[in-house]
Unconditional design. Structure first.
Length: 275
């Protein structure tokens, strides 16, 4: 039995508040969770609960006050810039907005080659890898010569996924990666995430406000409420039979296509609100 790939323990993240005597604003308050190699852990919660901050902390972009984030056994919560850069081939990210996350002035090939050249991978090998990456995300080989604006939102998110995969990371932080897409595109991009995970064995920290999205591919799910994890466990259990009242509300808030079921959920929401 191998240890976790990522092990977050008692993590506290605080932002300073203007004014000399003001106490810092605590966004994450003693959060613990772990991700096993090849596992998808979903992190859900409503807006402002601290989900993005959690992803940013893993990427070294949030101020950690206490606690630890161990990657492969080593605490990475307070790395120097150089050590953090060295870790970029292990931990990658896919952001929410495919419109702003890709440099509009670069061709897709240039976007995908960039991380490879930073890691000093030879040009011929990089070009071969770009073709392979486009194939992996089901984009045609000639996509390489085009600019991001020539692609739809779903296709741009595929390009962002290809870029994240370029260095064959072991973990990808996915921060609301389908929220900006329409429903049918969401389903196709989620299927791609799943397929890539099964093929490459990469692990995901999959952040979303939407329980239905997280349910789709998470082995385990953590529910964040006001900077604390209120429920954490098996994905099916948490998303279908939640124990905590906050998760129950999140589940009832998710829209369902069947109007009868939708009305039953509204009634249940009213009952919970009155309780
Ligand atoms: N750089 C920052 N400085 C100060 N406060 C911040 C900063 N980043 C986030 N916060 C605050 O931390 C809280 C949690 O933000 P975060 O973006 O992590 O939430 P979230 O659950 O991802 O919400 P959303 O789904 O709306 O993005 C919010 O109250 C936010 O205003």
């Amino acid at each position: 039995m191998t240890g976790p790939l990522l092990d977050i323990s008692d993590l506290v993240v605080e932002y300073p508040v203007k004014g000399r005597r003001a106490a810092p604003f605590r966004v994450l308050d003693g959060v613990s969770l772990d991700i096993r190699p090849g596992e998808c852990v979903g992190l859900v919660g409503e807006s402002g609960s601290g989900k993005t901050t959690m992803g940013r902390a893993v990427l070294g972009l949030a101020p950690v006050s206490s606690g630890s984030i161990r990657y492969d056994g080593r605490d990475i919560s307070r790395l120097s810039r150089a050590d953090r850069r060295a870790l970029s081939s292990d931990i990658q990210v896919v952001f929410q907005d495919p419109y702003t996350s890709l440099n509009p002035a670069l061709t897709i090939e240039q976007i995908l080659v960039e991380p490879l050249t930073v890691q000093k991978i030879e040009r011929a090998e990089a070009t071969r890898r770009v073709r392979q990456l486009l194939d992996q995300v089901h984009l045609p080989a000639d996509a390489g010569s085009r600019l991001p604006r020539e692609f739809s939102g779903g296709q741009r998110q595929r390009i962002a996924i290809a870029r994240a995969l370029a260095l064959e990371p072991r973990l990808i932080v996915c921060d609301e990666p389908v929220s900006a897409l329409d429903l049918s595109t969401q389903a196709r991009v989620l299927a791609l995430f799943k397929e890539i995970q099964e093929r490459t064995g990469v692990a995901y920290l999959f952040v979303s406000h939407d329980l239905a999205v997280v349910r789709h591919l998470s082995h385990r799910v953590a529910v964040l409420y006001r900077g604390e994890i209120v429920e954490w466990g098996d994905g099916d259990q948490v998303t279908s039979r939640p124990q905590h009242p906050y998760t129950q509300k999140l589940l009832l808030a998710a829209p369902v296509p069947d109007p009868v079921q939708q009305e039953q959920r509204r009634a249940e929401r009213r009952r919970l609100a009155a309780a």
